[in-house]
Design a protein around this ligand. Structure first.
Ligand code: 13P
Length: 249
């Protein structure tokens, strides 16, 4: 059966001392749900986070990586570098990377391949913009994002892939997709996977919802049958709020 997962994407927030304080706060929280917990600090604080959380059941994820093993790519970080500090999960395809750093489906396919080749797990993000939804194109957009970046993979690769549906219009806006909108899209994503890889693979992949998830709305969203957890931005920066979401299952 697929896992319930709650992941915190800290984005470009928290310097070293703020990171240490948040990590210490996370370690004080109590988990009462069966959800797996992941946090994704900024790259300079990954080593620290992994050291601090080593003996807890909270895993650490990177927010991005390059597709090349090494070389002349100033400012970039490779999968093997992440692995060497104990980081085994990476978020790829976040809409902020697509928008501000021009990451395309084609580039993301290469990054996914590099992560999987290094035995990392990928939290693969995608989602439509407001204009797409207004035009009724949300399913077509999501389907093409998934197909272009992931459908060259073999079925087995999906053991290491977590999907995160993040409608761009709901990120950081306080406007959440309704639980019904989330469920409809998640069911569509699972059907798209089933058409390509079969029902067994589709049923085994965790599909997270992201976009203004808060303690107040998490339970209703996570209550939907095809929503297997959340990718949390703003509310993951406070340990108590984040764990209120973790414990919403
Ligand atoms: P917010 O929870 O702040 O809307 O961010 C969602 C997100 O982008 C997680 O990756």
């Amino acid at each position: 059966m697929r896992k319930n997962i709650v992941a915190g994407n800290w984005k470009m927030n928290n310097d070293l001392s703020q990171t240490e304080a948040l990590l210490a706060d996370l370690l004080k929280q109590t988990k009462t749900s069966n959800a797996e917990v992941i946090v994704a600090p900024t790259s300079v604080n990954l080593y620290k986070a992994n050291e601090a959380l080593k003996s807890s059941d909270i895993s650490v994820s990177a927010q991005n990586m390059h597709f090349a093993e090494k070389g002349a790519y100033t400012g970039e970080v490779s999968a093997s570098m992440l692995k060497s500090i104990g980081v085994e999960i990476v978020i790829l395809g976040h809409s902020e990377r697509r928008e501000y750093f021009n990451e395309t489906d084609e580039l993301l396919a290469k990054k996914v391949d590099a992560a999987l080749a290094n035995n990392m797990s990928v939290i693969f993000c995608f989602g439509e913009e407001l204009a797409d939804r207004k035009a009724g194109n949300e399913e077509a957009v999501v389907e093409s994002q998934i197909k272009n970046a992931l459908f060259h993979l073999e079925a087995l690769a999906f053991k290491n892939i977590i999907l995160a549906y993040e409608p761009v219009w709901a990120i950081g806006t306080g406007e959440t997709a309704t639980p019904e909108q989330a469920q409809d899209m998640h069911a569509f994503i699972r059907k798209t996977l089933a058409n390509k890889y079969g029902a067994e693979v589709a049923d085994s992949v965790s599909i997270l919802y992201g976009g203004s998830v808060k303690p107040a709305n998490a339970q209703e969203i996570f209550g939907k049958p095809d929503v297997d957890g959340g990718l949390i931005g703003g509310a993951s920066l406070k340990a108590a709020d984040f764990f209120a979401i973790v414990n919403a299952f």
